[in-house]
Design a protein around this ligand. Structure first.
Ligand code: VG1
Ligand code: CO
Length: 543
């Protein structure tokens, strides 16, 4: 085989963040930038030689070029077999499923998830291990180490592989199988949910809309919701994956899924609305004039899991990322199961899932999932809710309100300050850290602080420690303020402020969220001087 050894200069900035290596497309288009990171993966995971690799992406700009480069490098690095999604398409959850189902050595997923795409947008690359989950920190650190000292990479000069129809090709000892990206995933969903019951719900006067945001879930949602479950044609909006997502942020939240919000906040009744992100792992759940906070969604899914076929036998335990509200903790307590608190990022759930300690997990950032794969899963959450609605025959709002009445309501919001100057963001965090010693016991705007620290996670399975995972200011009444800097942004720094206030009394469950959190918002400003340090009057995005 004609393997070419190409000398290259190492890049110093290929340290993966919360979810893979994410940079602007232009950054990725620097000479050999993609190749350097891909070679670092092959060097760090020698088992890929002779192994099976899953490959696909969310269809964003640069996806197709990158896939051809990776195929040529995989051939040169001795990979035996590759499963690649037709058109280069695989959602993140579908890729995770393929890795597990076909016992692959690992998978490469090309996505910058909820970040905008197109030539002026972002690109990203993630590696998932043989359990189907995102590479854990020790492995991403190893990628970084290899990338920073790389001096050559290996590639073959093969013709581009046709990706637009299923088929297989033998190329220089590498077998490339182009597969339907939806088949295996759709099959898995049918094993977890009561499709007959959902079909019956959709056959009645129940109406729903799903916004694929011109991202990867279009083909998945059309197949499962429309073709299999019988939802009306046109239920799936923005179904065609586009390289620039139609110029929008493929981020399923109230700010970016505006058209869908307008459909649900409208007298013409739509019973259920949902959306997913660039790579299909996030979800937003809406009822008529009603938004379900992702943290509440996780809690409600946990509380009702016994009603869903795939979870009928109960839950082993649950987990949430540290900034996610404590709503699920209350459910776990009632169920008598463990609830784990992990740092932000799905990679931290992997060990707990593999070890059989948890069945469900989630993040406040519109991510929910279970042990069926090792990634968060947007359509899974949507199907879970549809199955639940079919069983309980109540509206989304009624289900959520009943949950609050039973468990209390966790008022919750996240305020993002995007693309602020990195030094200013660091100074703000340092300013907060300097107050740790004096804060406990202090009363600020009428609320007493009981703890202030930097969150450290001790993994109970591999006993590794992850430090500096967000600043927590905890109050005596259970309220929390969390400050973190994003690990997925590509411009400057993004400050995330997470606010949580518990309210037990059902008489107080009708407040506007931002109004209910106003005292905490004021305390956050007093402690962090956000306006002073960022120069911003208001957050860029509120979810
Ligand atoms: C954000 C979210 C985090 C999520 C990550 C990847 O990270 O806060 O909860 O796991 O995105 O999601 P950060 O570091 O920017 O806060 V996805 O759907 O973009 O892969
Ligand atoms: Co995503």
């Amino acid at each position: 085989m004609a393997v070419e050894t190409v000398p290259c200069t190492a890049y110093e900035d290929q340290k993966p963040g919360t979810s893979g290596l994410r940079k602007s497309v232009r950054h990725f288009q620097q000479p050999d930038y993609l190749q350097t990171f891909v070679q670092a993966i092959f060097n760090a995971v020698p088992e890929l030689r002779g192994g099976l690799l899953v490959l696909g992406g969310d269809g964003r700009y640069f996806n197709r070029e990158a896939i051809q480069v990776i195929l040529r490098m995989a051939a040169a690095n001795g990979v035996a077999r590759i499963l690649v999604g037709k058109g280069g398409i695989l959602s993140t959850p579908a890729a995770s499923n393929l890795i597990r189902k076909y016992q692959a050595t690992g998978g490469i997923i090309l996505s910058a998830s909820h970040n905008p795409g197109g030539p002026d947008g972002d690109f990203g690359i993630k590696y998932n291990s043989s359990n189907g989950g995102p590479a854990p920190e020790n492995l991403t650190n190893l990628f970084f180490e290899h990338a920073s000292k790389l001096s050559e990479y290996y590639i073959t000069a093969i013709q581009p592989v046709p990706l637009d129809k299923p088929g297989h090709y033998e190329i220089e000892g590498l077998r490339v199988e182009v597969i339907d990206p939806v088949d295996d995933y759709a099959e898995l969903m049918a094993t977890l949910f009561d499709f007959e019951r959902i079909r019956a719900l959709l056959a009645g006067d129940f109406s729903l809309r799903f916004d694929a945001m011109h991202a990867v879930t279009g083909p998945y949602a059309q197949r499962i919701l429309e073709q299999t479950l019988g939802a009306a044609r046109g239920t799936v909006m923005h179904f065609e994956p586009l390289a620039d997502f139609g110029g929008h942020h493929p981020d399923p939240n109230q700010a970016h899924a505006r058209e869908l919000m307008e459909l649900l906040y409208n007298p013409r009744k739509v019973d259920f609305g949902a959306a997913s992100d660039g790579d299909g792992d996030r979800n937003m759940i809406l009822g008529h004039y009603f938004f379900v906070t992702p943290s509440d969604s996780l809690a409600i899914i946990a509380a009702n899991a016994h009603l869903i076929p795939g979870y009928r036998n109960g839950l082993k335990g649950v987990a949430r990322s540290m900034p996610t509200s404590q709503a699920v903790d209350r459910v776990a307590e009632k169920l008598g199961i463990a609830c784990h608190e992990t740092p932000t990022g799905w990679k931290f759930f992997g060990n707990l899932l593999d070890d059989g300690q948890i069945t469900l997990c989630g993040e406040e950032s519109f991510g929910t999932g279970s042990d069926h794969i090792r990634e968060k899963d947007g359509l899974w959450a949507v199907l879970f809710w549809l199955n639940l609605l079919a069983v309980r025959q109540e509206s989304v709002e009624d289900i959520v309100r009943r949950h609050w009445a039973d468990h209390g309501r966790h008022y919750y919001s996240r305020h993002d300050y995007e693309a602020i100057a990195t030094p200013a963001a660091n100074t703000l965090m340092t300013h907060l850290r300097q107050q740790f010693d004096e804060l406990p016991g202090k009363v600020i705007h009428g609320k007493t602080v009981c703890q202030a620290d930097d969150f450290t996670y001790h993994d109970p399975v591999d006993h590794s420690a992850s430090h500096h995972q967000g600043i927590r200011i905890l109050f005596e009444d259970g309220a929390r303020l969390i400050f973190r800097l994003s690990g997925t942004g590509t411009q400057g720094a993004t400050l995330r402020l997470y606010l949580e206030q518990y309210e037990a009394d059902v008489k107080n469950h009708d407040q506007d969220v931002q109004a209910a959190l106003a005292p905490l918002i004021q305390i956050a400003e007093t402690l962090a001087l956000i306006r002073t340090f960022t120069g911003r009057d208001a957050p860029t995005v509120i979810t």
